[in-house]
Design a protein around this ligand. Structure first.
Ligand code: GLC
Length: 418
């Protein structure tokens, strides 16, 4: 395998998706700037162009609301043929944005970008720090319940059609959904995307929040959908730890962030589904576990939670598929190997899980995951996601975050720095 050539291709994917000061996840399917995609992109750029890495993060934060919220999409430049576009979200600010957020991994990636080149990054980190703090404060004020991070829309989780959301989504009334044309299935085979019923529910939730003027309190009162997302809690806890280390390095106050970390560490305990023996999401409207073992459940090590009770599941799953970790347990009756977050393997999730495993001393497992992901991408390309059984490519092609994690983590030439 000519890895130099694949490294070059990865850079090419990122350059092709580069729109100057931000990248799109992939051309066509996702024509705007997405929140956590951009954090991964910044990480990827840091391997060959630190200046461009900081620009990516700074452009993302141009979309930050006065409340501190950083939206899941920033619509810098109108692109027809994407649904739901800025007109549907109807947010009166410039640049136009969506009205929900996404996994807050920016602090973690910013720290890594900074560490790649401290001299150049110092001033950028200093400027971004306050914005990161205000975003984290927004989560703590509006979304942290019993120490767990609540989402108000499946899109906010970054795992759009994960099984975790099904029970809560069943309570969403779709009778008032406006007529719309979903454009995702113009680009990708519908069998690899969320179902039509799910999509109607997504749109209904956007309408409900828009009618609530995007007011967090009103949404919390009115919406049937409120789920404590296990992936979000782990990623946010990790991001708070990274923010804390930045704060310490820059002689900023650390008490507030330390308090957040304590709250979230307590919250992690409420995600433990004792009956099933894994970390799980919780439907906050009923208090019930979702009984879903997804790839997000395995982010505990990444969050700094050294709890090995899930190792037996991890070994079992790795034995059942060729390329771990699938987005849903292959033994779950809903496992669907090509349908988005209900079975496929996502390279960036493997990267986060692998980093956590490596940091907590599970080096053999971490290395296996890295090697499997390396082979997957080297043989099948920079796709959005893949079949975990045979590696068949799925979703969008030439994908930014797949290229980014190749350059920073999966390639044999990656520095392995985090
Ligand atoms: C899909 C993914 C989400 C991602 C977005 C852009 O909605 O589920 O995680 O951010 O696409 O790539």
């Amino acid at each position: 395998m000519n890895y130099d050539k694949i490294d070059k291709k990865a850079r090419k994917v990122m350059e092709t998706n580069d729109r100057g000061l931000y990248t799109v996840p992939t051309k066509g399917l996702y024509p705007y700037q997405w929140n956590w995609d951009s954090a991964f992109a910044a990480w990827g750029f840091s391997s060959f162009d630190p200046k461009r890495a900081w620009a990516e993060l700074e452009t993302l934060f141009q979309g930050q609301w006065d409340t501190g919220m950083v939206p899941h999409i920033v619509f810098h430049k109108q692109s027809y043929g994407y649904f739901p576009g800025p007109d549907v979200w109807d947010i009166p600010r410039v640049p136009h944005t969506s009205g929900i957020s996404q996994p807050p991994i920016a602090a973690t990636m910013a720290r890594s970008v900074y560490e790649a080149d401290k001299h150049y990054g110092r001033v950028h980190m200093e400027l971004l720090f306050g914005r990161l703090v205000s975003w984290h404060r927004w989560w703590m004020r509006n979304r942290v319940e019993d120490g767990m991070v609540a989402i108000t829309h499946p899109w906010e989780s970054g795992r759009d059609n994960a099984l975790d959301w099904d029970a809560a989504l069943a309570g969403v009334d779709t009778s008032q959904v406006c007529e719309y044309h979903r454009s995702d299935t113009d680009h990708v085979d519908p069998s690899m995307r969320p179902s039509q019923l799910d999509y109607d529910r997504y749109v209904a939730l956007v309408q409900l929040a828009r009618e609530s003027n995007w007011d967090e309190k009103t949404i919390a009162e009115k919406s049937p959908f409120r789920v404590a997302d296990v992936g979000m809690t782990f990623m946010f806890l990790r991001a708070c730890r990274d923010l804390l280390s930045i704060a310490a390095e820059f002689d900023q106050g650390t008490d507030e962030i330390e308090g957040w970390i304590q709250t979230l560490k307590q919250g992690v305990k409420s995600h433990w589904n004792e009956a099933r023996g894994f970390y799980d999401s919780v439907n906050l409207r009923t208090g019930a576990f979702t009984n879903t073992l997804s790839s997000a459940s395995f982010l505990n090590w990444y969050a700094g939670i050294r709890d090995d009770r899930q190792l037996k599941h991890l070994h079992r799953i790795l034995d059942q598929v060729r390329y771990g970790i699938p987005s849903l347990d292959p033994e779950d009756p809903h496992f669907d190997k090509l349908r988005y977050w209900r079975g496929p393997v996502w390279g960036m999730m493997n990267a986060l899980i692998g980093i956590g495993l490596a940091e907590t001393g599970h080096t053999v497992l971490a290395e296996r995951l890295r090697k499997d992901t390396q082979e997957l991408i080297a043989e099948h390309g920079f796709y959005e996601y893949f079949c975990p059984v045979d590696g068949a490519s799925a979703g969008g092609g030439a994908f930014t975050w797949t290229a980014a994690i190749w350059l920073t983590w999966a390639s044999p030439h990656a520095k392995g720095r985090f």
